[in-house]
Design a binder for this molecule. Sequence first.
Ligand code: XMP
Length: 507
Amino acid sequence: MERIVVLDFGGQYNQLIARRVREAGVYSELLPHNAPIEQIKGESLSGLILTGGPDSVYAEGAKACYDAIFSLGVPVLGICYGMQYIAKVFGGRIEAAPVREYGRTPIRMTDHPLLRGLDSGIVWMNHNDSVFGMPSGFSAIAETDNCPFAAFADDARRLYGIQFHAEVAHTPKGELIFRNFLREICGCACTYSPAGLADTLIAQIRAQVGEGRVLGALSGGVDSSVASVLVHNAIGDRLTCIFVDHGLLRHHEAEEVISFYRDKLNLNIIKVDARERFLGKLAGVTDPEQKRKIIGTEFVRVFEEEAKKLGGADWLLQGTIYPDVIESGTQTGAKIKSHHNVGGLPADIGFKGLIEPLRMLFKDEVRALGESLGIAHELVWRQPFPGPGLAIRVLGEVTEEKLAILRQSDYIFRQEIAAAGLAEKIWQYFTVFTGMRSVGVMGDQRTYDYAIGVRAVTSTDAMTVEWAEIPYPVLRRISERIIGEVPHVNRVVYDITSKPPGTIEWE
Ligand code: XMP
């Protein structure tokens, strides 16, 4: 399989670069800037991309990679900081630009193969520094009014740089840069598609599991469903799935999930009622990170116990996907939250190890894979639901009373979104128990009751999101129904925060 390594110098959207490469048909991995050469190279390595980042290349402690990457014999493309870094290594000069370029910027390009097809003359810029002294052997292939070397190339050594961000949607046809780099410069055939991964993943699972038994952690979401179907296809009945009702599920969720997996997917599934146990551990806990850690630990303890009851299981299957891995903190990215299935795992986990067949895939790739495995459309397109469940949608301490209010409001919201035909247009939509109380008037009486938050976002991968523009009449109906039907709620607020700076979940 062809492979591109993207070295991460700490820019906020570097995973987008890895996605663009995959969309262009080559498997890619995002590795820390200082990843060891052994991890980077390999027979299948077709090229390298150095990402953007917040540093200035001459700053003390500026992120660097091993010089040996330039001797691997594959083409290298630097983007923004990545371009400046290449310039620095090969003897160029980088300076703060007199005019900082930010946003949509007119550009003039030559007819270089890397830039072919980008005819709009506009790119997205976001930089303070620029290359001003060209390293020898390189030539300029694009310029803007304030940036004489907006892109450069050394065709002999196959080194390239672009100062602009081709990976963001604001650069029209930016994806062509990646396609050109892969096809014209790296010589890739570009045949990667997530839908075609099933056989490879199944073979890997068989090799890892051997004759062993697997316990599957099934949440009912698309990730764990696709992961379970893959493992079931690989090893059949040696997979037993456990569905834990931790008391933090949505209205009717447990029944729906169980019937789906038994009847439609034919999986061997055990439902564990652990409601009291989880809520007991969460009593009095208000800190979001601690809640996540407690839930993560309890999950694994439950799985270990169930494995014992079954006479032992060797491996624990999890539906971890790439954003979980990235957001739980790589060496370069800041840690935002401990996702329950990565950061929350205890060290002394009582299995030989984890099986995470989807840990290198983005959500849209998991869905494409799921469809190719023949999993029902409504399951593949179920909205994501976090492992810690409603615990991270009740701000502060979790109690039965708050959960009941949250469930009821969430159910109304979901019904109204379905009735409006918006369910597949919105990435995630749910209500939040804010814990805030305010004064209202109902039936001529003063009320002092809770405010429910309504959250709905559009996204392709949960890494960045926009708040969803739900039509006002639908919002009005949602608000009227929640206040009219859910006791102790007298106010509904709509969350109009994108990510970043917000996150999807409130905790
Ligand atoms: P945030 O809130 O970080 O969420 O923007 C990104 C996506 O991840 C889901 N999420 C989780 N999923 N375990 C999960 O399996 C977790 O601990 C977890 N926390 C957040 C969230 O619903 C959104 O889809």
